[in-house]
Design a protein around this ligand. Structure first.
Ligand SMILES: Nc1nc2c(c(=O)[nH]1)N[C@H]1C(S)=C(S)[C@@H](COP(=O)(O)O)O[C@H]1N2
Ligand SMILES: [Mo]
Length: 275
């Protein structure tokens, strides 16, 4: 590999960017509630009619925040970086789709771009892509945050090496999103594939988030190979979004022009889940 190890990219300070970061760090639920009219709204949330398991009032603020998150993201938000020495092991959180042990040596990645044929990739093909290290916060909506040092490759590098087929006859241009699929989806290996696995976990992200320089496919964490409960052999890490988007144990990746289903968005959380 001739590419340098693009360790710990520097953040560029500007007034606008720090304002965006302050806004985005509030977290989408409380940020949205604050935007929608202060903490008193918390009092009436529980009494509203239910829609998708949460009250219509809360749904409304989440919808507002989804637009806010998207506009913040479009202005180029970046996750804060930390010194590697601050990294610690996070708790294992969320085991949907990873309960059953898998044979790590026979694991394969299934890459799809309908209607073309699937591509089956090995872990060494992912590891052959330029290595990237990043130390950022893993933020769970349940209220904890841990600084973690991640090692893998940029998802953008993977997409460039294993690109989608051109859309509408246009040649692919990775700087022009109109030539690319709108979304990319991720899933744990399908339940039938693993005896005993009852459910899969799945995440969808928009192509801008996928091409973001901090969005990674990771195979190591805090200096060691991923352990199975943290998503071995390969997991997604999206430091600009809440932890539930960082799918552990990727089985399938697919390009799509329609919004892929998303496990926690189906359960009432914001689909974009930006910080
Ligand atoms: N396959 C899978 N990936 C998952 C989850 C899950 O339940 N299943 N939970 C998510 C959530 S909610 C969080 S906060 C992070 C936690 O990552 P960790 O267990 O490495 O700390 O994983 C995410 N990825
Ligand atoms: Mo989480």
């Amino acid at each position: 590999m001739s590419e340098p190890n693009n360790n710990q990219e520097e953040l560029v300070g500007s007034e606008a960017e720090s304002r965006i970061k302050i806004l985005s760090r509030r977290g989408f639920i409380f940020g949205a509630i604050a935007i929608a009219g202060g903490y008193e709204v918390l009092r009436w949330i529980d009494f509203g009619p239910q829609k998708a398991g949460i009250s219509a009032q809360l749904r409304k603020v989440l919808d507002i925040n989804q637009r806010v998150a998207l506009s913040l993201f479009n202005e180029g938000s970046t996750a804060k970086l930390y010194p590697v020495s601050e990294a610690v092991m996070p708790i294992v959180n969320g085991t949907v789709g990873i309960d059953t042990p898998i044979d790590q040596t026979s694991w394969k990645l299934n890459l799809q771009d309908k209607p073309s044929a699937d591509r089956i990739l090995s872990l060494s093909q992912v590891k052959a892509l330029p290595r990237t290290d990043i130390t950022t916060e893993l933020r769970c909506v349940e209220g904890w945050t841990t600084v973690v040092h991640w090692t893998g490759c940029k998802l953008s590098e993977f997409i460039k090496r294993y690109p989608p087929r051109p859309r509408n006859g246009n040649p692919l241009d990775f700087t022009d999103f109109s030539t690319m699929p709108k979304y990319i989806g991720f899933e744990t290996p399908p339940p039938g594939f693993l005896a005993g696995e009852s459910q899969s976990y799945y995440v969808g992200i928009d192509m801008k988030s996928a091409m973001h320089h901090q969005t990674l496919l990771c195979y190591a964490m805090n200096g060691n190979a991923l352990s199975p409960p943290h998503g071995a052999p390969l997991r997604l890490v999206i430091p600009t979004k809440y932890g539930f988007k960082s799918l552990k144990r990727i089985g399938r990746i697919f390009y799509s022009d329609t919004m892929p289903r998303d496990f926690w968005a189906e359960n009432g959380y914001d689909w974009y889940a930006g910080l």
